[in-house]
Design a protein around this ligand. Structure first.
Ligand code: FMN
Length: 395
């Protein structure tokens, strides 16, 4: 018999486990594998399934469903989010569940159209709408961008069970599916937050605000353990990871400087900003871990990058820094660039293009200086620092 867990009377975990998975979506390491969680709810009158599983696991998943109900009796597939690890077996399941309607947000409906291509019976729901299964009412909380635009949570009001899709999930596959029956997986949960949810901290706080008015005894995410013991502890952790730190305004300056010229320019930028009343946390990127770089990015009221040209390009370690910008939740969209070069000097322009592509505002054009910066170039760097500080103080 395939593994099924009863979470509360007539609410079942019918997901599949993937303990050997070591890289999720070609992107993130999964040291402890993962699970694709799906849930079946038997109301007095209707049957609903919340999310499905990865497409490759469809057959096995169908067999699980058959252990509990006749698939032809399923009334609803609730799609909280359309990422293929949760919706991949939906089209397959619909063939076996002729009466089932797909319940989702409008955005998820559009995405499913682009994933499945064939028409499917559907019901689009808005925030606060309810589907009554008979003694079990499913109410939807629309929470866009956790972490795709399509996302919603589904709350079983009477049972106080909420299905939150990727939010509060972990890539963790253990012998049980319940958090109170497993070893500590908090590091996996934090890593999951860091890789998936971190760019959407403001959206997570909005979702948490919506949850706070609700009675919730169990959180059922779409990966990893079901949180039936102290679910609010996890909500509190998310809140602490998402809440911005208060404090004085500051500029973060990241630089690299094999021959020390860009470093000289950095010192002048720092001087100019300080004269305008804003401190600069000036850091050589080789002295920072990736985690420290990402943390610093999130606290900066402006970000400045000191970049020499190497082989007609931004040096690779600095490209890595620029790549991190899309993996964090930035407080600012103000940036500036400067750097030394020898003969062709492409780096500043390339970095500016990257920043503009991420919707940064660059109030001052980049300052570039050939080899050892002259006094005039250092003055330009001071002016750059001052202008960015003034921009920060305007906010
Ligand atoms: C390996 C190497 C490759 C370089 N390639 C370029 C280049 O393609 N174009 C250019 O303008 N300068 C190039 N330079 C020169 C540097 O940009 C120049 O020395 C600059 O002053 C270095 O800044 P830094 O003192 O902050 O390290 C290169 C330097 C090195 C060491």
């Amino acid at each position: 018999m395939a593994e099924i867990f009863e979470i509360k009377p007539d609410i079942f975990w019918i997901g599949v486990k993937d303990p050997e998975l070591r890289t999720f979506d070609d992107l993130f390491p999964t040291e402890h594998g993962t699970t694709y969680n799906s849930y079946l709810i038997k109301g007095r009158d209707k049957i609903a399934v919340v999310d499905t599983v990865k497409g490759k696991r469809g057959e096995e998943y169908l067999e699980k469903v058959k252990q509990l109900v006749d698939p032809a009796d399923i009334d609803y597939f609730v799609v909280n989010h359309t990422e293929p690890d949760h919706s991949g077996s939906l089209a397959f399941m619909l063939k076996h569940c002729p009466k089932a309607k797909v319940v989702s947000t409008q955005a998820a409906h559009t995405f499913l159209g682009n994933l499945i291509h064939n028409p499917f019976p559907s019901q689009i729901v808005k925030n606060g709408e309810v589907i009554d299964l008979g003694g079990k009412r499913l109410r939807f909380l629309v929470v866009p961008f956790l972490h795709w635009p399509d996302t919603m949570f589904a709350l079983l009001e009477e049972d106080e069970v909420i299905f939150t899709c990727d939010a509060f999930g972990s890539h963790y596959c253990g012998s049980s599916i319940f958090n109170d029956e497993l070893p500590d997986f908090s590091a996996d949960m934090q890593f999951y937050f860091d890789t998936i949810m971190r760019p959407f901290k403001d959206k997570a706080l909005t979702a948490i605000d919506k949850m706070k008015n609700e009675k919730i005894a169990v959180i059922c995410p779409s990966h990893g353990p079901v949180l039936r013991s102290d679910p609010w502890k996890t909500v509190g952790l998310y809140e602490s990871w998402c809440r911005p730190e208060a404090g004085d305004k500051k500029i973060i300056l990241f630089y690299i400087s094999p021959h020390g010229n860009t470093q000289k320019m950095a010192a002048s930028v720092v001087k100019g900003a300080a004269a305008a009343g804003v401190q600069v946390d000036c850091r050589h990127i080789n002295e920072l871990t990736a985690a420290a770089i990402r943390d610093l990015m999130e606290v900066g009221d402006a970000l400045i990058f000191g970049i020499p040209t190497i082989n007609r390009d931004v040096p690779k370690p600095m490209w890595d820094v620029l790549a991190y910008l899309s993996t964090v939740h930035l407080k600012t969209n103000i940036a500036a660039v400067f750097g030394s070069y020898g003969w062709s000097g492409e780096a500043c322009r390339l970095a500016e293009e990257r920043l503009k592509g991420l919707n940064f505002k660059l109030p001052v054009p980049f300052v570039r200086a050939p080899f050892t910066p002259r006094a005039e170039a250092l003055e330009q760097c001071e002016a750059l620092g001052r202008a960015i500080a003034e921009e920060v103080l305007k906010k």
